[in-house]
Design a protein around this ligand. Sequence first.
Ligand SMILES: [Mn+2]
Length: 408
Amino acid sequence: MKSIIVSLALTTAVLRAAAHHPHVDEHSTLHPDQQLFNSKPPAPGSETWLEKYGPQADLVYTGPLSFSHLEYARCLEDEAAAFDIAVLGMPFDTAVTYRPGTRFGPTGIRVGSRRQHGARAYTLSWGMNPYEQGTKIIDCGDVPVNPFDNALALEQMEVAYSTLLRRDVARNGSEALTGDMRAFAFDKKEHPKIVTLGGDHTIVLPILRALHKVYGPISVIHFDAHLDTWSPGAISPSAQARITHGSFFFIANEEGLVANNSVHAGIRCKMIGPADISNDESVGFKVISTDDLDDIGIPEVIRRIRKRIGDSPVYLSLDIDVVDPGLAPATGTPEAGGWTTREVKRIIRGLAGLNFVGADIVEVAPAYDHADITSIAAADLVHDFLSMMMSLEPPKSRDERSPWVDEL
Ligand SMILES: [Mn+2]
C-alpha cells in the first residue's frame, strides 16, 4: 500500500512538472502519450479533479503558446535561461513592398507547431528525434521591436541576437553542435544557435550584423522566390528607405557581411531583366531556379549547394514564398508555380552536416492563411532545421536503412 501511495505521489509530481514545463519530461515514467493527452486512468473514490485525474495538464492544443511546447523563457532579460539552440521571434513587418502582416508570423508559426511535441518528434525521414540528442532547445520568446521606427527596430533586433549569441551554451550539446564550429568564431568558443521566426525578410540584416561580430563574413543558403539583392540605387528617398525586405542582401554585401559563395534556391520572380542577375552575382550569389529542380533533380540541387558552400560557416534563410502559394498562401509576395513543401524538405535533408551558424524562416503572414496551412508548413520546416542541425550528415533514404522486402 505504501509503495502505491509513493508511486501515486511521484506520478502526481511528474505530471505537475509536466504541466508547468510542457516540454517532454525526460525523467517521466509515463508513456509519452500520457504526457501529451493526460490519459492517466482516474483514481477511484476521489471527487476533486486533482485527486481523480491529477494536475490540470496542458494538452497539445491548449495552454500557453511556445514553439513545439518547448520550455519558454524571456531570454533577453533572463540571463539564467540555458540553451544550445534558441527559437526566437522577430515580429517586424514594416519594410515590405506589398502585403504587410508578418508581425504575426512568430505567433502563427507557434500555433502551427502545436501538434509537435518533443515526446513525439521522431520522423521516418530523419530516423531520429531532434529533441533527444542531448541538446537543450528552448523558446526564447519574441524581440519586442518598435513598430514605429525602423532604424530603432533594426538596432533592437541586432542587440537581441547578439545578446543570445554571446551566451554560454548549455554545455550539453551533441557532437554535431560542438564539432568544428569553434574554429570559425573569433573567440574560438562555441556559440548557441538561434532559429529565428520572422518577421519580414529584412530581419536577416541585423542577424547578419550580429553574426559578423562573432564569425566574420559568412555564406548564405537562401530559399526564396525572389533574389532579395535588389539594388536600392537612386530611387530611395532616404538612407533608411534603402533597407527593405527586397534589398537587405545588397546592403549586407555593402557592409561586407556575406561571403561571395552564397546561393539562392527556388528563384522564379519576375525581374527587370538580365541585369538583375549580374547585380545578384556581384552581391555574391548564384541562382538555382525553381525550374532547375525539374531539369536536374533534387540530388543535383543538393550537390550544387553543398559544393558551392563547402566548409564555410553558413547561414540558412528560408522565405516561405519559396513554397508554392497553393501550399503556403499566407505570405507577403506570393509567386505562382513554386516548389512543394515536400521538395523543400528533401533539399533541407540533403544539407545536414554543413557548418550552420543559424537559421530562420520568414515572411509568414497568418492573416492570409487558410486553416493554418502556411503556419503548419513553416513549423514543420523548423522541425527539419533542428534535425538538420543535430545531424552530422544527411540521413540515408528510408529504403537504404530498412530495405523493402517482397513477401514470397
Ligand atoms: Mn525574401
